[in-house]
Design a protein around this ligand. Structure first.
Ligand code: AMP
Ligand code: MG
Length: 417
């Protein structure tokens, strides 16, 4: 059989979409709250809607350093008597009559009678009189109460990950204590007789345990408590002992390796014995063997051992599960259409996430593979800035075809040719 005719269809494998659906349906949203100081709220998930108790701005003020004037509609007057000053924090509170002005600084109160601010640079000043050398429009350069945020408006929605702008908004509303979901505990471990810790000298036939560090990095961006449970040998009894212990202390356990059909692969068997296997095969490449289930209340992901598979399955499935566990809104990943700049080979039957380099020229997107696509080749992921997403039915694609592309981030590592 020719390579490009080979079909990887496995009737027992779930589609990516069904696997995700299955995972999300099995998880209950976090409902335990705590209140944290605003300085510790960064990256946490809001557990209640935030409603504004104020208008922002809170008072009518100037957008410029200049002069606030009292004019009529269709004003023809250009000389005004200047009768006072209004600074941010030191307002002018008396009446400003028609064709009078006050000097005003940015953020300074604009008195009720004033209906325009003229910037300083457009004015000539002579004793207490100013002359304005331009047209004046009613309400120009005035910031009105509530034009940014209105009193009683819902400003931030429950489920939002709090970023630096949200912290600025909370502070401008005078909110010093922020309601957030409690952090769940997520543990991970590696399985494999060949694995050695990175502090030790490596013997031939041994492999440094890099997956735990990969996972630590992948987990670090979430508001969770991370627990590293080290390495377990490919020994059924030891795996069993470790899983039952961890399941008592974690909300989610992630393992890597030992989940396939090899003679030393015990993860699925142990999960089946101690808890429940929801599924263990997904029609995806990389990452077909992936055991998902539960041990008592602890959710369980048994990821494959190859590092690229760890990252891809984490991005596709584990991250969606974590978002649900922590109470974060789950938005779909952005998919773009890009033109292939080289041929791509693929076998039918599995949805494939190839590692790619996305670039743009004159507003059009182009993509190519980021190197060798083996699931052990982590360097292809290092150079990539996107996944090239190829559906089950696709076999080969030639240069110039349009493909779906999932960028890793929207801002960084993106190249404009
Ligand atoms: P497995 O899924 O256990 O059959 O492992 C598949 C491949 O991934 C093997 O080549 C393993 O040596 C490698 N591998 C498994 N776990 C790790 C790990 N923690 N760090 C680096 N490589 C690993
Ligand atoms: Mg193994």
């Amino acid at each position: 059989m020719k390579d490009n005719c080979f079909n990887e269809f496995d009737p027992n494998a779930l589609s990516v979409e069904n696997a995700l659906d299955n995972i999300l349906k099995s998880i209950k949203i976090n409902t335990t709250h705590e209140v944290v100081d605003i300085k510790n709220a960064y990256n946490r998930i809001l557990s209640k809607n935030i409603k504004s108790n104020l208008n922002i701005p809170n008072y009518k003020n100037s957008a410029m350093d200049g002069y606030a004037v009292n004019i009529k509609k269709n004003n023809k007057v250009n000389t005004f008597k200047c009768i006072g000053e209004s600074f941010a924090g030191k307002p002018y509170t008396s009446v400003v009559k028609l064709h009078e002005a006050i000097k005003v600084m940015t953020g300074g109160l604009v008195p009720n009678n004033c209906n325009a601010v003229v910037m300083k640079e457009l004015i000539t000043e002579n004793n207490n009189e100013i002359t304005i050398n331009s047209n004046i429009e009613i309400n120009q350069n005035i910031r009105f109460p509530g034009e940014d945020i209105k009193k009683n408006e819902i400003v931030l929605l429950k489920g939002k990950e709090i970023d630096e702008v949200d912290i600025g908004i909370l502070a401008s509303l005078g909110v010093s204590k922020v309601p957030v979901y409690k952090k769940p505990v997520i543990g991970f471990l590696s399985t494999g007789d060949e694995l050695v810790s990175i502090e030790k000298k490596l013997k031939k036939t041994q492999v440094y345990d890099s997956n735990r560090y990969l996972l630590h990095g992948l987990l670090s961006k979430y508001p969770i408590t991370i627990k590293d449970y080290g390495v377990v040998k490919d020994n059924k009894k030891m795996i069993e002992k470790k899983f039952s212990l961890i399941a008592k202390n974690c909300d989610l356990l992630i393992t890597t390796g030992g989940v396939s059909v090899g003679d030393a692969d015990y993860v699925k068997e142990v999960l089946d014995k101690l808890g429940k296997v929801s599924f263990w095969k997904i029609a995806v490449k990389p990452g077909r063997p992936l055991a998902y289930g539960k041990i008592k209340k602890c959710l369980f992901f048994g990821l494959p051992g190859n590092p690229v598979s760890v990252v891809v399955t984490f991005n596709l499935f584990v991250s969606a599960a974590i978002k649900k566990i922590i109470g974060q809104d789950n938005s779909n990943s952005l998919l773009l259409t890009a033109k292939l700049t080289s041929d791509i080979k693929k076998r039918k039957g599995r949805k494939e996430y190839k590692r790619g380099i996305l670039s743009s020229t004159c507003g059009k997107f182009y993509v190519k593979k980021s190197g060798s696509q083996g699931s052990n080749i982590l360097s292809s992921l290092k150079d990539a800035n996107c996944y090239i997403v190829l559906d089950e039915k696709i076999d080969k694609l030639s240069k110039g075809s349009n493909v779906k592309v999932m960028p890793f981030t929207l801002s960084s590592k993106f190249y404009e040719n």
